[in-house]
Design a protein around this ligand. Structure first.
Ligand code: SF4
Ligand code: ZN
Length: 275
């Protein structure tokens, strides 16, 4: 087992991310992070008691981008022989992301994120999943911390969806959360699995793009910056408490799904899109 695989196994074990009998749905976009996540989970699978994996691929409908990554996802599940559920925005929401955005392209990532989260929940339920694993890495997580701080969004900063004591939602796990983007790229190259994939055209509009560039520079000049950001989040949450900052989890007035306000983000978006 490689050093990276051992570290991911240790993260999963120490944080009790996967337990015997779990049905783990793996969000597989076909990009680098989710590819590495699925590869490592498939390698660890024989050591776990009665754990089953199902890959979930959401086709947002982004012309010139998603075709290649979906093809890559299909090749991977074929290689490992695991179940695969594929759902498109067009099937679920009546249109592709390209169609839904029209003249709202500057909001692409927030619209895409809300709809993708919804699509993943639908797909994970279809898979009978008890956990939903995503390929977020350390860079993604540190970027999210900084973005939430820049927006003054403390509830989102501390909200933890990795456990659900009330059973209101499928717990989300991020086994690569302490693995950097560079380590993921290196792993793919060493495994001979590196594939050049196109970049989403909407990243041009994302605040994340600027935060990512800034954090990469800082991490290069001051190694450990990203881990320190994660530590800051943990301390803020520890000192103030999740419920104090984020409030209790309620049920959306419209759809009944768990949310922090009266209406969930999905229902708010659906209303604003007039769908
Ligand atoms: Fe969606 Fe934005 Fe990611 Fe493109 S970059 S897939 S629009 S979240
Ligand atoms: Zn709702």
């Amino acid at each position: 087992m490689s050093d990276l695989e051992q570290r991911v196994a240790e993260t999963i074990r120490s944080r009790k991310m996967i337990l015997p009998g779990d049905r783990v749905a793996v969000a597989l976009s076909g990009g680098k992070d989710s590819t590495v996540l699925l590869m490592i989970l498939c390698r660890l699978l024989p050591a776990w008691d009665d754990v089953r994996l199902t890959a979930l691929t959401i086709d947002e409908g982004i012309h010139g981008y998603r075709e290649d990554t979906i093809h890559s996802a299909e090749r991977l599940v074929g290689k490992y022989g695991i179940d695969h559920i594929r759902i498109s925005f067009a099937d679920l929401f009546g249109g592709s992301l390209d169609e839904i955005l029209k003249d709202r392209q500057s909001e692409a990532c927030s619209v895409c994120g809300i709809l993708r989260r919804k699509a993943l929940i639908v797909a994970a339920r279809r898979a009978g999943a008890t956990r939903l694993a995503t390929g977020h890495n350390l860079d993604d997580e540190a970027q999210s911390v900084l973005m939430n701080l820049l927006r003054g969004d403390l509830p989102r900063l501390v909200r933890d969806s990795s456990h659900s004591s009330s059973g209101q939602f499928i717990p989300r796990i991020k086994p690569l959360g302490l693995v950097s983007e560079k380590e993921i790229a290196t792993y793919l190259m060493l495994q001979g699995a590196w594939v050049d994939l196109p970049e989403c055209p909407y990243t041009l509009h994302a605040l994340r793009r600027e935060v990512r560039a800034m954090l990469s520079t800082l991490e290069y000049q001051y190694p450990g910056t990203m881990l320190h950001l994660m530590e800051s989040k943990r301390k803020i949450k520890g000192y103030c408490g999740e419920e104090t900052l984020a409030g209790p989890i309620r049920s959306c007035r419209e759809c009944g799904e768990p949310c922090s306000g009266e209406i969930c983000q999905f229902c708010q978006l659906r209303q604003s899109l007039g769908r």
